[in-house]
Design a protein around this ligand. Structure first.
Ligand code: AMP
Ligand code: GLY
Length: 420
């Protein structure tokens, strides 16, 4: 494939990691991001005024600017249906349309598809009233799992031993759309990304995300505080099993329902002692897992995204990955996840990026009037390091973090600590 004119929608570390991977290819693609962030703007052109949620505006922009591939990073534009008008106009787009994005946008929809596809998942009850929720809580017992039925930026899920806390969470989310009560699944979590063209899928390398805020998996759930890849403790048959029992049945069921899934099928899995179970699907690359999966990808990323967008994955070999390791640690603002304090200056990034094999993906950064870098949200940066061992990658990531200063910022100190 030659040089491609690519528009990336989004403004997070995931999008920055996608852009970094595209820029690392031999072909010098013409890349533009909307709206991007301060880190992305250092690497490619940004269209800060283009609203990624406005499908009409994005489509007009793509046509006027001869865009050959649109990559939709975050869930919000996917669930809003931004892919649909693009596809209608014949523009290749990596990201499912509104209907298939419900796989992430509605947990109840996802459960229905999983049932139809025979995909192994935990038992779940969708509650309309508090009485129904309480009945389900008592049926499944502790630990309790209560989920908001809709997009909640990683914060809609509560896993707790406390029945009262579970009831309170259910009460809150019943007022905001609906609640799912689930059976607790015990085991290691795996994020497996599959590129899908609506019929065929190709797997990327598995990763593990650290969802809890604090060391030792304490504290509330977040969007993700760190990740590593690959997962040396997985059996060799794992990826094939997920493809055969989960990814392909799901993609085929969606195709049969006339809502083909074109984009990134994110399988959030738990490896229980009774087998692999799906805890969630997402309709896009995971954040921060993307930051550790893409740096190790040897196959040009653009070839995978373009083939998926144009229905051509069938004849392609599986993507290849480097044999080294990658670790990412997320630097978060004071107050994240409840009430992050924003607007504070960030310094030391040049020194941090000077640590061997370290790259920094920006998540929530901007420039103030004086041009200084400031934090604009909860998850601010993803420090990514590669190494020949996890110990080496970890040491590099934390060395880089020591150079970065953001008042009140915090990060987990145990990312990939127990992997070898
Ligand atoms: P989700 O947004 O559905 O991925 O849930 C966020 C996190 O909550 C997951 O990464 C798990 O750590 C945890 N979780 C979700 N569902 C379950 C479940 N059924 N059993 C155990 N843990 C769960
Ligand atoms: N890291 C979890 C997610 O992207 O949903």
């Amino acid at each position: 494939m030659g040089v491609v004119k690519i528009l990336i929608l989004g403004s997070g570390a995931r999008e920055h990691a996608i852009i970094t991977a595209l820029l690392a290819e031999e072909e010098q693609h013409d890349i533009v991001a909307a709206p991007g962030n301060a880190g992305i703007a250092q690497d490619v052109r940004v269209e800060a005024g283009l609203d990624p949620l406005d499908g009409q505006a994005v489509t007009e922009y793509a046509i006027e600017n001869g865009i050959e591939l649109v990559v939709i990073g975050p869930e919000a534009p996917l669930v809003a249906g931004v892919a649909d008008p693009l596809r209608t106009r014949g523009i290749p787009v990596f990201g499912p349309g509104k209907a298939a994005a419900q796989l992430e946008g509605s947990k109840a929809f996802a459960k229905r598809i999983m049932d139809a596809a025979g995909v192994p998942t935990g038992r779940a009850v969708r509650a309309e009233t508090l009485a129904e929720a309480e009945r389900a809580l008592d049926e499944f017992g502790a630990p309790y799992v209560v989920k908001a039925d809709g997009l909640a930026a990683g914060k809609g899920v509560l896993v707790t031993e406390e029945r009262a806390a579970a009831v309170e969470h259910a009460t809150h989310w019943l007022r905001h759309g609906g609640v799912l009560v689930e059976e607790f699944l015990d085991g290691q979590e795996v994020s497996l990304f599959l590129v899908s063209d609506g019929h065929d899928v190709l797997p990327l390398s598995p990763a593990q995300d650290y969802k809890r805020l604090l060391d030792g998996d304490a504290g509330p759930n977040t969007g993700g505080m760190g990740a590593y890849s690959p997962l040396p403790w997985l059996p060799d048959t794992f990826v094939d099993e997920v493809i055969e029992t989960i990814a392909l049945p799901t993609v085929r069921t969606l195709a049969k329902e006339q809502t083909p899934f074109i984009g990134l099928l994110y399988c959030g899995l738990i490896v229980t002692d009774r087998g692999i179970r799906v805890i969630e699907f997402n309709a896009r690359f995971g954040d921060p897992e993307t930051q550790v999966v893409l740096p190790r990808l040897v196959t040009p990323l653009s070839s995978l995204l373009y083939a998926a967008a144009t229905g051509g994955l069938g004849g392609m070999p599986r993507p290849e990955f480097a044999l080294d390791t990658a670790v990412t640690v997320v630097l978060a603002s004071e107050g994240y996840p409840e009430a992050p304090i924003t607007g504070r200056p960030i310094t030391g990034l040049a020194e941090a990026a000077g640590v061997p094999e370290v790259t920094i993906a920006h998540a929530a950064t901007a420039r103030d009037e004086s041009g200084a870098l400031i934090a604009t949200g909860g998850r601010v940066l993803s420090v990514v390091a590669r190494g020949t061992s996890f110990a080496e990658a970890r040491a590099r990531a934390y060395e880089a973090l020591h150079h970065i200063h953001l008042e009140g910022a915090h990060y987990r100190t145990d990312i990939a600590a127990r992997v070898s």
